[in-house]
Design a protein around this ligand. Sequence first.
Ligand code: LLP
Length: 436
Amino acid sequence: HGTGKVNEHGHLEIGGMDTVTLVEQYGTPLYVYDVALIRERARSFKKTFENLNIKAQVAYASKAFSTVAMVQLAEEEGLSLDVVSGGELYTAIAAGFPADKIHFHGNNKSLEELDMAIEKEIGCFVVDNFYELEILEELCAPREKTVNILLRVTPGIEAHTHDYILTGQDDSKFGFGLQNGQADEAVDTALKSKHLNLLGVHCHIGSQIFETTGFLVAARKIFEKLKDWKNEKAFEAQVLNLGGGFGIRYTKEDDPIPASQYVEEIIGEVKNQAEKLGMETPEIWIEPGRSMVGDAGTTLYRIGSRKEVPNVRQYVAVDGGMSDNLRPALYQAKYEAVLANKANVEPDETVSIAGKCCESGDMLIWDLPLPKSDHTDLLAVFCTGAYGYSMANNYNRIPRPPVVFIENGQAKLVVKRESFEDMVRLDLPLKEKIKK
Ligand code: LLP
């Protein structure tokens, strides 16, 4: 994996820190991030644009992993930030992120959320639907404010892993239909408004995509429209945002191309299309989430109970599960793992890793080869950096684990462990006294 190596004690080391030492200090379960790797990913995206001399914004999709420290890291790396809710926006502002580099997404932004974003003077609203066009106008007019917008369109493409599907009908809750006249109408509305400054178009075709075809087809379809809009409405898009979705390697079965290759091919296609139209190449914006932080994150658990179903399976349970990583239960997502304290020992059994939640579906990994293990051992699950902590929850009132950033052999706690008190923090009693 991107992160981790084995040290002289046979322990897994992340960013120069022994994971066994980390667990002694912070306990389990524990999310550990290799900060250098996140910086490397960010720089590689940015450099690819710079090398080809293309105006760009690389916006980190903070839904993948949003905390104050992560947002500050994104800021240090000169990234823009994609937020999708008042909570993510608030986190960005609380972290001191420059508002003009924040892009606000979402198919049902509330009045309060839009209000906060207008007040903070964020860089761009990615407008999803006609209702949003209307309320943005209504919120901006009395304040005599003008906001930058992109229109999110659905180009009739859905891409996942190796497949991309062309859907004639855009059956998606997101965006303006590109083929059915909705996008044209939205452009008209935006161009008429004094308060909406239409920068261009956005689309996002899916997540964990391993090939560039879907992106290139999306760009082509959008350019067909840009041509009409240029000719018929004298509107030239300054910005084309092609979303995120670049795939990463969770297990041996995954075979993504390097991030730079996605970007190079996308740039090639956009340049090509713009030239054909006699347009200036628009700024290209992208929104990687998973590919920015996914492989930089590892979750450490302590091994607990074991149950044998004779001749069928060994269940080995850890002290977390779907409360800190929902992806296996929700998407049948696959992960690889090792014993963090026996990282150089050959596997001698095959076990299935169970979570501790009261739900049969709470299984983290099926059929994992591991050395013999017991409660003295630690399990390290790789590639949990994206949509792990951000989708964590308190099912069964399990407190969420803390997050530690590692850089240059130094650990820094960036999210504290939730406590049992936190589990009742928002509860109000039915009776005056609760028994303690
Ligand atoms: N931009 C937009 C508009 C998006 O909807 C998304 C992800 C991204 C960017 C970032 O995509 P990424 O580069 O991370 O693939 N919870 C799911 C993933 C949901 C992705 C939703 N949108 C999972 O754990 O696999």
